[in-house]
Design a protein around this ligand. Sequence first.
Ligand code: GDP
Ligand code: MG
Length: 206
Amino acid sequence: PSRIADLKIVLVGESSVGKSSIVQRFQNNTFSEGRSSTIGAAFISKKILREASSSSSPSGGTSLINMQIWDTAGQERFHNLTPLYYRNANVAMVIFDLTDSSSFQKAEYWISELKEYMDDSDEGSGHKKMKIILIGNKLDLLSRKEDHDGGKLRADSFEDCSFIDQIDKFLDSHEVIIDRFFKTSAKLNIGISELFNYIIDNVDEG
Ligand code: GDP
Ligand code: MG
């Protein structure tokens, strides 16, 4: 490759929203029911080759993207993710469960924490802004049984989310802070590759 870029991604969100499952789906393309929050690596790395056609690589040539994904090992329960955890992160994935409105309120809380952290570390650091991506996981649980068709989901399953109005309102009022919103199912492998491809295609090469 003609260039190498580091990409640090941190995962944030309430316990059991599916953070580790999303990482597992991306890393191994597998899913486990009922995994324990204490199981799973706190840190995974993966190397990805990005082709020259990507919009972030206007000068051409292939780039090696050195991805580091930081998962929590249950410490999110105690709300004590320290600034050390976010330090130098390029992307924060803030994850909630589409069937659990309290996990969404928690996501709002994390986003305000991240914003505060970014404002504090902004001054004179010259560090590139961290992108915040909001993710509503467990999309499969919103689909009605009769709509299941060999694992496929109706495209509009999201409409069945009971707090969709809150999500819309939050997105409208945080347009500047939230880079993107994705709906995913780690279980049925929906939206996961779109999510990671979006991130990989939009890394700035430093
Ligand atoms: P974490 O605590 O945020 O890391 O959450 P986990 O990845 O450990 O997942 C918590 C529970 O939710 C486990 O029982 C998973 O099997 C389940 N889970 C994770 N993602 C999904 C999903 O997309 N759909 C469904 N139905 N269950 C999921
Ligand atoms: Mg976990």
